[in-house]
Design a binder for this molecule. Sequence first.
Ligand SMILES: Cc1ncc(COP(=O)(O)O)c(C=O)c1O
Length: 420
Amino acid sequence: MYQRTRYDFIQELVDIKNAGLFKDERVIVSDQQPAIDVIYPQGSPPKEVLNFCSNNYLGLANHPQIIDAAKQALDHYGFGMASVRFICGTQDVHKRLERRICAFYSTEDAILYSSCFDANGGLFESILGAEDAIITDALNHASIIDGIRLCKAKRFIFEHGNMESLEDALRKAREGLDIWDGSGLGKQPSPARNVMIATDGVFSMDGDIANLKRIVELGNEYDAMVMVDDSHATGFFGKTGRGAIEHCGVLGKVDIITSTLGKAMGGASGGFTTGRKEIIELLRQRSRPYLFSNTLAPAIAAAGIAAFDLLDQSADLRETLMNNTRYFRDEMTALGFDIVPGIHPIVPVMFQKYENDAQLSQMMARDLFEEGIYAVGFFFPVVPKGKSRIRVQISAAHTRDQIDKALAAFATCGKRHGII
Ligand SMILES: Cc1ncc(COP(=O)(O)O)c(C=O)c1O
């Protein structure tokens, strides 16, 4: 039994708590929907609150068609496969879901993972090596950052959303100027062999959208592959729910799309990579989370197909979500809150005008919970210093009455803290 190490770990936990950065879990004892029963703080009786912080954008986490598809798959295919895909973990339901994803995006091939975190973790090192370059937005999701860390390609980080900064990085990668000292001695320019631009489609902290039109143009100009992680857009963003890629008019022009089934698409778990067939085929040969981690449970794969089918049957949920989002954004602005402008159902309520922004975000979240509204406050290091916020997420499942209750709670708490 270790001794000293234990002391170190306990001290680290104390430090995290003292810095006010300790994350504890709030235990939900109901299903995932706008009204949930939550035990918080630990030991207290369950309290019904309205959930304004889930990624259940379309409200599909409880959709009867999805639950039914999962139940039928449990009966037909059983619970688990006890194997990775390439040994004995591929059923027809997995192949059908992959084809369904291709049909949705009009892509050539698709590969499933247990999560989008795995899809991103297994992407970069499978297709890029030390002679190559990856150009990545400074605010890309942790899974993209980690995936890139596993890969030997040279990494260029461009300023968030700044297309001049992206172009500068592309130029340096193509000309090899980053390692050339200009003296003509020693190191010489070493242009990258293959180049990839990697970006989130929608950035999860601000709900802002990548300039995919320009990114695709620059990709063409500099012969660089374009990879987009559209996790916060798949199923509900863009005219037919095909995400930021559709919203920006670049469907069919992005080489690699990764996304999740764990948000709008039923919210259980599962991720995928889809795009050019030679890339997907290489992933089947080399991608480590695909080769060394269990296959997606058949019930989840079947539910994923049902989610894609639902998207094609009706635009109602997408329209409700966008109407709810517009209503909440307009009313919050009218109340006098500082929200990051935009059209995405991620609505960051900012406290950047205040010196004690971090504390304010925590006090507001605590008071909102007392008022029956569950939304989480984020502060440094999750977001940059001085940019603390409460991130509200709107769902198609929210009723107008529930949104009005959230607005009333924000108004009460905002006045209490002198914010409005
Ligand atoms: C942009 C982005 N990519 C990937 C993920 C991870 O998705 P999953 O939960 O499927 O691993 C998330 C989830 O937070 C995300 O926001």
